[in-house]
Design a protein around this ligand. Sequence first.
Ligand SMILES: [Zn+2]
Length: 311
Amino acid sequence: MAGLPSFPRTPAEFDEMFATDHDCIDFLARVRWPSSYQCCACGNREWWLTARQYVCCTRCRRQQSLKSGTVLQDSRYPLKTWLEVAWHVCEQKNGISALGLQRAMGFGSYNTAWEWLHRMRRVMVRPGRSLLRGEVEVDETLIGGVKHGKRGRGAAGKTLVLIAAEMRGVAIGRIRLQIIPDASAETLEGAIKEVVEPGSEIVTDGWKSYLGLPVQGYIHTISRHPTHLPENVGSNLLPHVHRVAALVKRWLLGTHQGSVRPRQLQFYLDEFVFRFNRRTSSNRGMLFRSLVEQMVAHRPITRQQLINRRL
Ligand SMILES: [Zn+2]
């Protein structure tokens, strides 16, 4: 029963793979313990599933819950619902809105669908993910609202977001998006340290807050003069972050009709990054695979945590 399972690539394959409850349990057990499952009591690697959906060691009969310690813990929903939601989240290139998920799953309320999507978004940030490296373009942009704002101060309804994008020639490597309270040197340096490996080359405009980056252990290159309108972020001299900014704004307006509240924005940005960094995956199945792997690797999330801004 050991070994990493294959993942579905089409709706038909999904239906075939997850026809029964047992299929779902067996699948998630193999994702959680890919070939390396070891009984915590005796070290045995062989196991079977009990009727009550526990993983049971074939030698000492020690039982372990498949769901405990993961986001699946305490969920009253069947495992198949989890897999179906993950599938809908990954099936379409741009993801799915709460309304779309409500329809696809036949959920009784919009709120149920909304909570499901947020649960999935929490899972999309892999704990201990690696930092960006090499040449990295960095800039800030304002998201939301309608009025223009002044750099470093923001404007009503707008949220300031740091964009970091690995430069692979004209192509974009991995990205990170992080809400920041202001564009001060302290804030920008702190945010950059969280997403970019020291020693990397950071390309920015001439905004004064970036000038201390060499002191923080980065190589700093200025590609243009400062602007006072963050809406103009990137222009042609920071083409990578400019493209990312345009894509994320279009995604928020398109898939989510621009209805994202500032306090929830970071989670939407996390979803965008999750998709963007896997955009070259050959099929939807790979995205689904990442999401399911992170589901069983992520610690439980309470409903209260879902609603609050911070975990
Ligand atoms: Zn054992």
